[in-house]
Design a protein around this ligand. Structure first.
Ligand SMILES: Nc1ncnc2c1ncn2[C@@H]1O[C@H](COP(=O)(O)OP(=O)(O)OP(=O)(O)O)[C@@H](O)[C@H]1O
Length: 222
């Protein structure tokens, strides 16, 4: 589904990520961890085709990321939902309108799907609220709803539990596990090892740890 062969990425000077050889199989569930600045966000942005490798070959759904035209990139972006770290929303639009935005941009409308997603994330009663009126945990759940509104095959989440308490973190994790059980490929970047340990056994999750510029499968001890 997503395959990396000796992939590297440099923002300018020295490569942040290098020598990456890895395959993400359909339906897999991975955590991605590593110290601050090790390249977790960069890795997610490569997988979502928001960045293009500066070396090696990255295949997304079989296509070479470096050779995609605009239509192919748009196709990839529809099939990969991303929960960004910055949680940027349009503050003058309601929660429901923000969640529906990817549909609106694609010229589609599906109020029923949006209603279902808001109910699933526990935001049914907040549909008409504006983003600044939401709590941190509500914003995280709204970001997750927006990431999956296009029914993507892959969900990438960058620190989806940043700034929320333990109970809310577990609630968000439960939603991501449910998505994986529905067949979606899930990858969650987090520096929170406690969170990864808590999820062991609840999902057949594997952990990738960035070491020397490349994600490696971590041992069972983590
Ligand atoms: N747009 C950019 N231009 C130049 N350097 C960048 C850019 N974005 C990130 N970097 C650098 O690339 C490295 C990896 O950053 P990245 O955000 O991928 O790490 P991270 O593991 O996600 O960090 P954190 O856990 O703090 O979010 C860092 O040294 C960072 O300063």
């Amino acid at each position: 589904m997503i395959e990396l062969q000796d992939v590297s990425y440099a923002y300018g000077g020295e490569a942040v990520l290098r020598g990456m050889d890895l395959t993400l199989a359909p339906g897999s569930f991975h955590f991605l961890t590593g110290p601050s600045g090790s390249g977790k966000t960069t890795f997610l942005r490569l997988l979502a085709r928001q960045l293009v490798p500066t070396g090696g070959t990255l295949r997304i759904f079989g296509d070479d990321a470096a050779a995609m035209d605009r239509d192919a990139v748009a196709g990839v972006r529809r099939r990969i939902g991303v929960v960004h770290q910055d949680l940027a929303f349009l503050d003058h639009l309601s929660v429901a309108e923000n969640v529906a935005l990817p549909l609106t941009v694609a010229g589609r409308s599906d109020p029923e799907a949006v209603r279902e997603l808001l109910a699933w994330t526990g935001l049914g009663s907040r549909a008409r609220a504006l983003p600044p009126q939401l709590s941190g945990g509500e914003r995280q759940r709204m970001a997750l709803a927006r990431a999956v509104v296009m029914s993507p095959d892959v969900v990438l989440a960058d620190e989806p539990t940043g700034n929320v308490d333990w109970e809310m973190s577990m609630r968000l994790m439960t939603l991501l596990v449910e998505l994986n059980r529905m067949g979606k490929t899930v990858l969650i970047a987090t520096h929170d090892l406690g969170l990864i340990r808590a999820m062991k056994g609840r999902a057949s999750a594997r952990t990738l740890r960035i070491r020397d510029g490349a994600p490696e499968l971590a041992g069972a001890g983590l």
